[in-house]
Design a protein around this ligand. Structure first.
Ligand code: CA
Ligand code: CA
Length: 238
């Protein structure tokens, strides 16, 4: 004797179980995908801020390594307009670069004696960390360009228009920097001039912005973000 009703009941039960399992699988995949995307975003942003901070740091270090502090006709070859110990403050470095292609007597390095035989360039440059730029950014406590970074700065090399006044732009070493500090390190006599450079970058984690409170936070320069600070000592050749 056939039992169609029992068979139909079992089939429905199977369908219900199968649907439930399928739904759970879909839910698992969705949750896992969200997790993978979030992880991927963190990895991408963290890698970016680390690589960019190190790159800018090395560009500044290379410039410091191509100038010095000994007199140049009464004017120090390198003069730092040193800002207070506030990471959000601009600074300016006026310097005479080494001449490209010149010959350097390396044996005098590290002797504590200023070496004036270095092949200096005839013109001076001005390296500046500045919170204002031609695109309308200003040190005003607000995010002027909508990238969730408040009062970010840039490092630019200019020609010296006279007395350390910036002239034409030679190169932009870094942009959207959260902080950039350049400070003179006082070491014992006999050491070459040494400067500490520090560069910080941060980026907002957009996937983690989920509430109005998060939006308000990132607009104010806070909220979910990754940050990296790179620092090192740079030594000038005299
Ligand atoms: Ca901004
Ligand atoms: Ca601003």
């Amino acid at each position: 004797m056939k039992k169609p009703s029992l068979k139909r009941t079992l089939t429905l039960l199977e369908v219900i179980i199968a649907s439930t399992i399928f739904s759970l699988l879909i839910l698992t995949v969705v949750v896992a995908s969200d997790g993978v995307l979030a992880t991927s975003s963190v990895v991408y942003n963290r890698t970016y801020v680390e690589m960019e901070a190190e790159k800018v740091l090395n560009l500044i270090k290379d410039e410091i390594g191509r100038t010095g502090e000994s007199d140049d006709g009464g004017t120090p070859r390198m003069a730092l307009d040193e800002a207070p110990a506030d990471p959000g403050v601009e600074w300016s470095l006026v310097y005479t670069p080494l001449q490209n292609g010149g010959t350097v007597n390396w044996t005098q390095f590290g002797t504590g004696t200023p070496y004036d035989g270095l092949p200096w360039q005839g013109t001076r440059n001005v390296m500046r960390y500045e919170l204002t730029d031609p695109m309308g950014q200003d040190a005003n406590g607000t995010d002027d360009d909508g990238d969730y970074l408040v009062d970010e700065g840039r490092v630019v090399i200019y020609t010296d228009a006279g007395g350390g006044t910036p002239g034409a732009v030679i190169a932009v070493l870094g942009v959207e920097l959260s902080t950039c500090q350049l400070t003179r390190v006082n070491l014992t006599d006999g050491r070459l001039p040494t400067y500490r450079i520090s560069v910080s970058l941060e980026r907002v984690l957009r996937h983690a912005v989920k509430t109005n409170a998060d939006v308000a936070a990132i607009n104010a320069g806070a909220g979910p973000r990754v940050r990296h600070t790179a620092s090192m000592l740079a030594i000038a050749p005299n």
